[in-house]
Design a protein around this ligand. Structure first.
Ligand SMILES: *Cc1c(COP(=O)(O)O)cnc(C)c1O
Length: 389
């Protein structure tokens, strides 16, 4: 059996090596290392793929979130609601800009921000909501966009884990995640579904004025050379990373399909095993969960395949898997509201029952485009033996 890896970037590279190598060499020959033609072409190709008017490449996914908030003109003291159960980058940039983060609980089946909890958290100071399409499954954008409209709030989609996912609305229309809210962000960190070979990120919007503002913010607040109209940052995607991303973008749907296929095999193997809750899929037209064959579904892109394990010493399971040569991850072990940096007297433990439970139960299994049947069988039997013994 091939060695099992959490993410197999080398295996993926082998399939696109020729194109990646030659386009990286071209960048070096042309020496347009920053904002070269590769960046421009990637931007246009991603705009077409997402059906979004503007893609603004930047340095990483954390910058993308921060720049989106700067572009919207959010001011110190404005409240921004986001999920308690996500990667810290989301709340970090809110705090960094001296906005007030308001963390709310998530749903137990999708792990995504709970619209009921959002509504309860809205005050007269609330200016924006940041839904995170966690683990690759879209948040409930029907409900979230409706709340935004009713309360006149901005929606900033953190699409770092969801790129390539399609959300279908209750009325049957659909859109790519990241292109639904007022502005969206993503990360091209190597292990993300569309990853480069270093750091990278992008901001998406259909709003021409906001796109113009953001193009200045990413470039020192300059709209005319050496005229600095607003306080900006320096955040750029370099041409070598754009060359890698251009090689990968045409394969993104295939990559996400390979992840879905692996997810389906995991879920089939765990069917009926007590103490294991497999991830559910909530997309419209999907059969709620992949047990019942949801292979046409393009809503969940499985950035992570995350189980909940019940009545089990989860940490002992992690150790057992690691000892057996199976890497795994705990995303995420601590609720953000309990992190030292983000504690706030406004929070009440009773407001986070789901996150407080999930942090004890979740375990993410190896998930990438190169997983084979032998590896999946070994991973699933090892876990089933442990939780049923
Ligand atoms: C990875 C990630 C980010 C940050 O992206 P970087 O490129 O690492 O800065 C933000 N939000 C979420 C949900 C992520 O998973």
């Amino acid at each position: 059996m091939k060695k099992i890896q959490m993410v197999d970037l080398k295996g993926q590279y082998e399939h696109i090596k020729e194109r990646v190598d030659s386009s990286i060499l071209d960048v070096i020959e042309n020496t347009a290392f920053i904002n070269g033609p590769e960046v421009r072409s990637f931007q246009e190709e991603l705009e077409a793929y997402l059906s979004v008017k503007h893609v603004i490449p930047c340095g990483n996914g954390t910058d993308a979130l921060q720049i989106a908030m700067m572009g919207l003109g959010l001011q110190p003291g404005d409240e921004v609601i986001t999920a308690d159960f996500t990667f810290a980058a989301t709340v970090e940039v809110i705090a960094l800009l001296k906005l007030t983060p308001v963390l709310v609980d998530v749903e137990p089946d999708t792990f995504n921000i709970d619209p009921v909890a959002i509504k309860k958290a809205i005050t007269s100071k609330t200016k924006a909501i940041v839904p995170v399409h966690l683990f690759g499954q879209p948040a409930n954008m029907d409900a979230i966009m409706q709340i935004a409209e009713e309360h006149n709030l901005f929606i900033i989609e953190d699409n770092a884990q969801g790129i390539g996912s399609t959300y279908t609305f209750a009325d049957g229309s659909s859109a790519k995640t990241g292109a639904i809210g007022h502005v969206g962000s993503t990360s091209f960190f190597p292990s993300k579904n569309l990853g480069c070979y270093g750091d990278g990120g992008a901001i998406f919007t259909n709003d021409d004025d906001l796109a113009h503002t953001i193009r200045g913010v990413v470039n020192h607040g300059m709209y005319k050379r050496y005229h600095h109209d607003v306080v900006g940052v320096n955040s750029r995607l370099d041409s070598i990373q754009a060359a890698v991303l251009r090689a990968k973008l045409p394969n993104l749907d295939n990559y996400n399909n390979a992840r879905r296929t692996a997810a389906k095999k995991y879920t089939e193997a765990f069917a009926g095993i007590k103490n294991i809750i497999t991830p559910s899929i909530k997309g419209k037209g999907c059969d709620k969960d992949i047990n019942t064959s949801c292979n046409a579904c393009d809503c969940h892109v499985f950035h992570q395949y995350t189980l909940r394990v019940l009545n089990t010493d989860r940490d002992a399971l992690v150790k057992h898997l690691n000892d057996t040569g199976i890497p795994c991850g705990i995303y995420y072990p601590i609720p953000l509201h309990s992190q030292k940096a983000y504690q706030d007297s406004r929070y009440n433990e009773a407001d986070f029952p789901v996150t407080n439970q999930l942090v004890k139960e979740v375990i993410s299994l190896p998930m990438h485009t190169e997983l084979d049947d032998e590896q999946i069988a070994f991973i699933t039997t090892t876990i089933i033996d442990f939780v049923t013994k």
